[in-house]
Design a protein around this ligand. Structure first.
Ligand code: PLP
Length: 357
C-alpha cells in the first residue's frame, strides 16, 4: 500500500519523547515554551502560542480577535470543516466566498460583494500548501476595517512574495496533526505580532488563568503537551528538508502527468509546500477506484464543500458556489509525502496513465 500520508518519525523524535517522560514535566512546560520561541522565529512573528490542535488554534484566535454572536466571518467553502466550524464555535456566522478555479483558494475578486455591516474578519485558507492571494485580501481587509486570520494548517513553510504564511494576518492558526508537513502527533499554534492577542490566547487555553489559580475570564483546557512539543522541536529542524522532498516528488509527478490531467497550479511569487498534490480529472470516481484497487491511497480532499455539508444544510445554507461545487467532484489527491520512493512514484504515474485510457 502506498499511503496518502506517512509521518516521518525517527530515532531523534523517540529520544526527545523519552527525555520528556523522564523529566516529569509533561504539559505546558519547557519544551512547549522552546517550540513557541523557535516556531515564531521560523515563521517570522513575535509570538507563536501553543494550543491543543489546529481547531483550537482557530477557535481561540477568533475569540481573541473579538468575534462573537451576530458577527460574520468570510471564508472559503473548500476546506476541512474545522475552518468554518471554528466560526460557529464563537456564535458567529461563516459567510462563504467561492474559490479560484486554478489555486482552489478563496477568490479575492468575490470577497467584497459578501461584505455587510456585520462582517468582522476574513479567514483565508492556504489549501494543500498553496498560499492564498494575501495582497488583495489584506487590501480589502484594510479598506473595510476587517481582521484577517490565516488558516495555515496545511502550509508550514509556504511563502507568499518571499514571506512565510502565518505572518500576514492579524494572526494565523497552524495544526500539527499526524498527516501535516510538520507533526507533533496533535497540537496547534497561533502566530501573531500582537502582544494582546497572544496574551488573550495564553489565558483562554488555560481556564482564563492570569497567574496561578487566579482566573480572570472563562477559558478552556486547550493546552499542548511537552511530549508533543519535543517531537515538534525535532520536526521543525527537518521541516525545510521534508518540504523540499515534497516539492521534488511533486515536480516528478507534474512532469509525467501534465499532458494528461490538470496538475497543481503554482502562482507566480509563491512557494507551494505540497501538503497535498491534487489533480483535477473528469473521470474522478473511476480513476480513484483504479488507484485504490492498485494499493495507492489516493483520496479526495474534499468531496463536499462545507456549505453542502448536512450540518450547514440544516442551518439553512443555500448558497450557490459553482466553482467549489464543481472542483469537489473532480479532484483527487495523490501521495506526495517525503517517505515515497522513486518506485512508488513510478507506480502512481503508471497507474494513472493506465486508468485514463
Ligand atoms: C485547513 C485545515 N484547518 C484546520 C484543521 C484542523 O486542525 P486539527 O486537526 O489539528 O484540529 C485542519 C486539519 O486537520 C485543516 O486541514
Amino acid at each position: 500500500m502506498i499511503r496518502i500520508a506517512s509521518p516521518m518519525i525517527g530515532e531523534e523524535e523517540k529520544k526527545a519523547v523519552m527525555e520528556v517522560l523522564e523529566s516529569g514535566m509533561l504539559v505546558q512546560g519547557p519544551r512547549v515554551k522552546e517550540l513557541e520561541e523557535k516556531f515564531a522565529e521560523y515563521i517570522g512573528t513575535k509570538y507563536a502560542v501553543a494550543t491543543s490542535s489546529g481547531t483550537s488554534a482557530l477557535h481561540l484566535a477568533l475569540l481573541a480577535l473579538g468575534i462573537g454572536p451576530g458577527d460574520e466571518v468570510i471564508t472559503t467553502p473548500f476546506s476541512f470543516i474545522a475552518t468554518a466550524n471554528s466560526i460557529l464555535f464563537c456564535g458567529a456566522k461563516p459567510v462563504f466566498v467561492d474559490i479560484d478555479p486554478k489555486t482552489f483558494n478563496i477568490d479575492p475578486n468575490k470577497i467584497e460583494e459578501k461584505i455587510t455591516n456585520k462582517t468582522k474578519a476574513i479567514l483565508p485558507v492556504h489549501l494543500y500548501g498553496h498560499p492564498a492571494e494575501m495582497k488583495p485580501i489584506l487590501e480589502i481587509a484594510r479598506e473595510h476595517g476587517l481582521k484577517v486570520l490565516e488558516d495555515c494548517a496545511q502550509a508550514h513553510g509556504a511563502e507568499y512574495r518571499g514571506k512565510r504564511v502565518g505572518s500576514f494576518g492579524d494572526c494565523a492558526a497552524f495544526s500539527f496533526y499526524a498527516t501535516k508537513n510538520m507533526i507533533t502527533g496533535g497540537g496547534g499554534r497561533v502566530t501573531t505580532n500582537d502582544e494582546e492577542i497572544a496574551e488573550k490566547i495564553r489565558k483562554l487555553r488555560n481556564h482564563g488563568q492570569s497567574k496561578t489559580y487566579e482566573h480572570e475570564t472563562l477559558g478552556f483546557n486547550l493546552r499542548m503537551t511537552d511530549i508533543q512539543a519535543a517531537i515538534g522541536l525535532v520536526q521543525l529542524k527537518k521541516l525545510d528538508k521534508l518540504n523540499a522532498k515534497r516539492a521534488e516528488n511533486a515536480e516528478f509527478l507534474t512532469s509525467e502527468l501534465k499532458d494528461l490531467v490538470q496538475t497543481p497550479y503554482v502562482s507566480p511569487g509563491v512557494k507551494h509546500v505540497f501538503h497535498q498534490y491534487t489533480i483535477k480529472v473528469n473521470n474522478r470516481d473511476s480513476l480513484l477506484k483504479k488507484l485504490n484497487d492498485s494499493g495507492i491511497g489516493a483520496r479526495v480532499y474534499y468531496p463536499k464543500p462545507i456549505h453542502k455539508q448536512p450540518l450547514y444544510q440544516k442551518m439553512g445554507y443555500r448558497d450557490s458556489l459553482p466553482v467549489s461545487e464543481e472542483i469537489s467532484k473532480k479532484v483527487i489527491s495523490l501521495p506526495v509525502h517525503p517517505a515515497l520512493t522513486k518506485e512508488d512514484l513510478r507506480i502512481i504515474v503508471d497507474t494513472i496513465k493506465s486508468g485514463l485510457v
